[in-house]
Design a protein around this ligand. Structure first.
Ligand code: NDP
Length: 474
């Protein structure tokens, strides 16, 4: 018997994806550059389903039914290109190579175009949920040709997470669309994590609460509108006691956040597209700031404000919940705008509501809240921003007094809250009837004769700043 699908690259993600497929009754060919990983998989988990282990790429390809479905789950970058080059010559027109690693969408576009020329389908697929998700049901974001999705979609939907019976997997769009959406997912994840971290920091330092008490607050929030995987694990991490010292675990961890690069990619691409994803940018820069120990040591004794605590802790807790919810709405609104901008730029025709749907389960940002986003885009697929959807508009309107108090409190007490602050500034920037951008245009025209448009007449204009300050056509 031949295998319906094969997985090459059997480190933690590939192994768990292969097990997930086998546990769902599919026959899975498995291969890894070094055979030990393949052997280990069969020894430890062979009983979970039907695996066809292969020592060589040739054996692996020969064990697959047609059209062949080859999932590559190796290190992103050059290793992915090397593995594609190893397998592509062994495949035939109509076969599919599925890159389920964390590729940059521009690489996916390049690889898809090259393999299409050779008659092969290349499916760049975002997979979220970490190793646990890969095993028990991830959120899957496949790009590529619609034909490839017909042949592959049912298998992927089968092993994806389900919410209310709906799979957390759907066709995203051509070439790099799947990896683009996965990238923005990770950017939103950065933003969400930063906002939660700021909420904790304010309760800890402005409220004077202990980690265990804050864990309780998060546990309570997780029963309401903030219910999400990230809030849930936050409460677990805060409740955890370090075994060696008996101290709160969070106090024993070096306060320098690391990053593997997807947040940075999201911001880089957002800059190119001209989409203000300020929440993701601040979250990424906050990690950079935390990870600059020399800079921080040099600045440690800079003066701060005198006050250090709020008087009314209960109000602070309620306010921070509101600020967190409002800021989170802004973060997601920005991320979805980036998806829409990418979709327009590359002609992907991505359905934003469908993305909210497949993020409801399996992935790191899974949350109850995503149902609201889906509903918003169902009601109006061309929504310019989630902030103008009725539900979100009302939620933010109800939260904004608290939100403003939290940002004010943070500033007055000298507690950094870049995520909360930038979200509020974005909200107010969007709302503004007039922005000081008019002055910026005046400055640009003054020093560079860059011209400006007028509110009362069409055309572009320039003022002769160095001369008699007459206005001329630009
Ligand atoms: P790693 O990223 O650590 O990659 C290790 C695997 O890549 C091994 O199977 C290794 O083979 C193989 N490999 C590396 N270089 C080559 C090469 N030149 N030729 C052939 N094979 C090579 O594995 P993970 O399982 O952590 O991740 C796999 C992919 O999934 C990555 O792209 C990652 O970004 C992505 N991902 C990871 C998540 C996670 O939570 N870890 C979540 C979502 C996506 P060998 O055993 O022979 O060394």
């Amino acid at each position: 018997d031949r295998a319906q699908i094969g997985v090459t690259g059997l480190a933690v993600m590939g192994r768990n994806l292969a097990r997930n497929l086998a546990r769902h009754g599919h026959t899975v060919a498995v291969h890894n550059r070094s055979y030990e990983r393949t052997k280990a998989l069969i020894e430890e988990f062979g009983h979970e389903g039907t695996f066809l282990p292969a020592e060589t790429p040739e054996q692996f390809v020969a064990s697959l039914e047609r059209p062949r479905r080859v999932v590559i789950m190796v290190k992103a970058g050059a290793p992915t290109d090397a593995v594609i080059e190893e397998f592509a010559p062994l495949l035939e027109p109509g076969d599919m190579i599925i890159d389920a690693g964390n590729a940059h969408f521009a690489d996916t576009r390049r690889r898809e175009a090259a393999l299409r020329e050779r008659g092969l389908h290349f499916v760049g697929t975002g997979v979220s949920g970490g190793e646990e998700g890969a095993l028990n049901g991830p959120s899957i974001m496949p790009g590529g040709s619609p034909e490839s999705y017909e042949a592959l979609g049912p298998l992927l939907e089968d092993i994806s997470a389900k919410v209310d019976g709906t799979p957390c997997c759907t066709y995203v769009g051509p070439d790099g669309a799947g990896h683009f959406v996965k990238m923005v997912h990770n950017g939103i994840e950065y933003s969400d994590m930063q906002l939660i971290a700021e909420a904790y920091d304010l309760l800890r330092h402005a409220g004077g609460m202990e980690p265990a008490q804050i864990a309780e607050v998060f546990r309570r929030w997780n029963t309401g509108r903030l219910e999400s995987y990230l809030i849930e694990i936050t409460s677990e991490v805060l409740a955890h006691t370090d075994a060696a010292t008996g101290q709160p675990f969070v106090d024993m961890v070096v306060d320098q956040a690391e990053q593997k690069g997807t947040g940075r990619w999201t911001v880089q691409i957002a800059l190119d597209l001209g989409v203000p994803v300020t929440g993701i940018a601040e979250a990424t820069f906050a990690r950079s700031l935390s990870g600059s120990p020399d800079l921080r040591a040099a600045a440690r004794n800079l003066p701060g404000p005198r006050a250090s605590k709020v008087g009314d802790v209960d109000t602070l807790v309620a306010d921070v919940e509101q600020a967190l919810y409002a800021s989170k709405i802004v973060a997601y609104a920005q991320g979805f705008n980036q998806i829409q901008a990418g979709s327009a730029e590359y002609g992907w025709n991505i359905n934003p509501g469908a993305m909210a749907t497949i993020w409801r389960g399996g992935c790191i940002i899974r949350a109850k809240f995503l149902d609201r986003i889906r509903a918003a885009y169902d009601a109006d697929p061309n929504l310019p921003t989630l902030l103008v959807d009725d539900y979100f508009q009302q939620a933010v309107a109800g939260a904004q007094d608290s939100w403003r108090r939290v940002v004010t409190t943070a500033a007055q007490l000298g507690i950094p809250a870049p995520g909360f602050s930038t979200a509020l500034a974005y909200y107010d920037g969007l709302r503004a009837q007039r922005l000081p951008a008019a002055l910026v245009q005046g400055q640009r025209d003054f020093f560079g004769a860059h011209t400006y448009r007028r509110v009362d007449r069409d055309g572009s204009f320039h003022t002769l700043w160095a001369g008699d300050r007459r206005e001329v056509a630009g």
